[in-house]
Design a protein around this ligand. Structure first.
Ligand code: ADP
Ligand code: MG
Length: 218
């Protein structure tokens, strides 16, 4: 896969320089590298939030490089959960409603099953006593737990997280990573982090990006 951005001044920035790899279920992959090395570009392409300029993307055997936005919506809805550094919660909705939103397009779930599912995931992330609060009433770690619940409530096969602990202190980061890990067995988890400790202590695989290229994969 290759991705080139062009700045307003017409300068070409090679964000991903012909990288090739594959991921499988059960892996907990840490993507590490300096700021600007292409980590977010990679994770955004994996989640269909950005489109590469060249290459192929095989998802469960199908080349999805040329699919349209509607097809990407369907894939994300069914298979991919995102966790971002800034949480992206809706400030005026309760914790419960923030998680419920992820199930909006889920077919074949009646109201009761939906409610049970939301309560179960909020229990698993330790927020069952906070479901009526709004994000503003929560700590950073709790906010990220809401985002994790939202990403996981659809039961996606793939979790993509871009610096999920970037705004958290060390201790909270550890517990958030432990939580993602615990909830992610049987899934593919790809976490962008510049925290080497998180990568070394928790990942099953560490890929290092340097100026848009993979410089190690261990
Ligand atoms: P990282 O997440 O590792 O910090 P990014 O993937 O965000 O790196 O960025 C990789 C390179 O691509 C950087 O040089 C960045 O400035 C550039 N870049 C990213 N997005 C854009 C964009 N929308 N327009 C122009 N350049 C971009
Ligand atoms: Mg980034």
């Amino acid at each position: 896969v290759e991705k080139v951005y062009e700045t307003k001044e017409g300068r070409r920035i090679v964000a991903l320089n012909k990288v090739t790899t594959s991921f499988k279920r059960g892996e907990f992959v840490a993507i590490v590298g300096k700021s600007g090395s292409g980590k977010s570009t990679l994770i955004n392409i994996l989640g269909g939030l950005d489109i590469p300029d060249a290459g192929d993307y095989f998802l469960e055997g199908n080349n999805i490089i040329k699919i349209n936005e509607g097809q990407w919506d369907a894939i994300r809805n069914e298979k991919i959960g995102f966790i971002f550094q800034e949480y992206h919660l809706i400030e005026y909705l309760s914790v419960y409603k923030n998680v419920e939103i992820a199930l909006k397009y889920q077919k074949g779930l009646n109201k009761k099953a939906r409610e049970a599912k939301i309560r179960q995931i909020l229990d698993e992330v330790g927020l069952i006593d906070h479901i009526h609060k709004t994000p503003g009433q929560l700590s950073g770690g709790q906010r990220q737990r809401v985002a994790i619940a939202r990403a996981l409530v659809k039961d996606p096969a793939i979790i993509l997280a871009d610096e999920p602990t970037g705004a958290l202190d060390y201790k909270t980061s550890e517990s958030v990573i432990e939580l993602i890990k615990g909830l992610s067995k049987e899934r593919l988890v790809i976490v962008v982090t510049h925290d080497r400790g998180i990568a070394n202590n928790h990942a099953t695989r560490i890929i290092e990006l340097t100026e848009g290229q993979f410089t190690s994969d261990l």
